[in-house]
Design a binder for this molecule. Structure first.
Ligand SMILES: [Zn+2]
Length: 84
């Protein structure tokens, strides 16, 4: 019923708090940061716009393998305004 999880991060441009919603995770109305965001919630996230300054952000997901275990790392980067 319209449930979602949220990723909270700061706008790279103006520092405003952005609340990005994902419906692909467990959707328990949890709030995550880049440190504890589960991969299943991250997959549904595409890009987020700061409603204060209009800057688009993109979520980079990278997987790190070390001694038999894997670790997911997230990075938010600004999205360049291209054509379209
Ligand atoms: Zn902003």
């Amino acid at each position: 019923m319209g449930m979602f999880d949220s990723l909270i991060f700061k706008c790279k441009k103006c520092g405003h708090k952005i609340d990005a919603q994902s419906k692909s995770g467990r959707c328990n109305l949890e709030e995550y940061t880049l440190r504890d965001l589960p991969i299943e919630a991250a997959i549904g996230m595409d890009f987020f716009r700061c409603y204060k300054c209009g800057q688009d952000h993109q979520l980079d997901i990278s997987l790190k393998l070390s001694s038999g275990s894997s670790k997911v790392k997230y990075k938010v980067r600004t999205k360049e305004k291209g054509s379209g």
